[in-house]
Design a protein around this ligand. Structure first.
Ligand SMILES: [Zn+2]
Length: 200
């Protein structure tokens, strides 16, 4: 996935806090997703409201009461990041990715971010590869409980550049660890990755 500035803003991680634009969507504009739109794995989000619906589904699946807001972040900037606590948190998403990344993928990205708060896995600079994997796994459980598909998400991640950092480890290494944890077979993930590659 390329962003408007030509860089690939595809971190599963949070970045530094930054100022964000306020989205125009309001709760009254939220549209129901179920059964009305094409498969959320293989198309971009229809609009910002759909992403709010997805975030709400995943937030409910945590089993915790979370007061959250979704907003568009800066470009260039991280794919997704969260700040605040369970009683008042804000998820900022990359404005170009918001229009390009499938809702199924967002469900897992939101799940990861919520997991950081629900499981107290550290924020910003306090995170580490062990906590990131814990957030990946807990977040995947939330997204799956909300009805989203893990193998498709992992395939999507494999089409992204294999970024590495001291705080997060390698992106593709995380895919393998998540797949092992949930028993997802490599050929299934590769087939999904090929499907995503064919569309870009
Ligand atoms: Zn994280």
């Amino acid at each position: 996935m390329s962003t408007a500035d030509g860089s690939r803003a595809t971190r599963l991680a949070r970045g530094e806090p930054r100022a964000v634009a306020t989205p125009s969507a309001s709760p009254s504009k939220i549209l129901p997703v179920t059964g009305r739109y094409p498969d959320p794995r293989y198309r971009p989000a229809m609009n910002f409201s759909e992403l709010q619906v997805v975030a709400g589904q995943v937030a409910r699946a945590t089993g915790r009461e979370i007061r959250w807001r979704l907003e568009l972040g800066k470009n260039p900037g991280p794919l997704v990041m969260i700040r605040g606590g369970l009683d008042d948190c804000t998820i900022a998403i990359h404005p170009v990715a918001a229009r390009k990344v499938p809702p199924n993928t967002w469900a897992f990205l939101f799940g990861h971010e919520f997991a950081h708060l629900v499981a107290n896995l550290g924020t910003q600079s306090q995170t580490n590869p062990s906590n990131e994997l814990k957030a990946d796994i807990a977040g995947a459980r939330y997204a799956m409980a909300a009805g989203y598909r893990l193998e498709a998400f992992l395939g999507w991640v494999l089409t992204e550049r294999n970024q590495s950092s001291d705080s997060h480890g390698t992106l593709h290494g995380r895919v393998q660890a998540i797949a092992a944890r949930f028993g997802v077979r490599q050929n299934v993930i590769r087939a999904e990755a090929q499907r995503y590659s064919g569309k870009t």
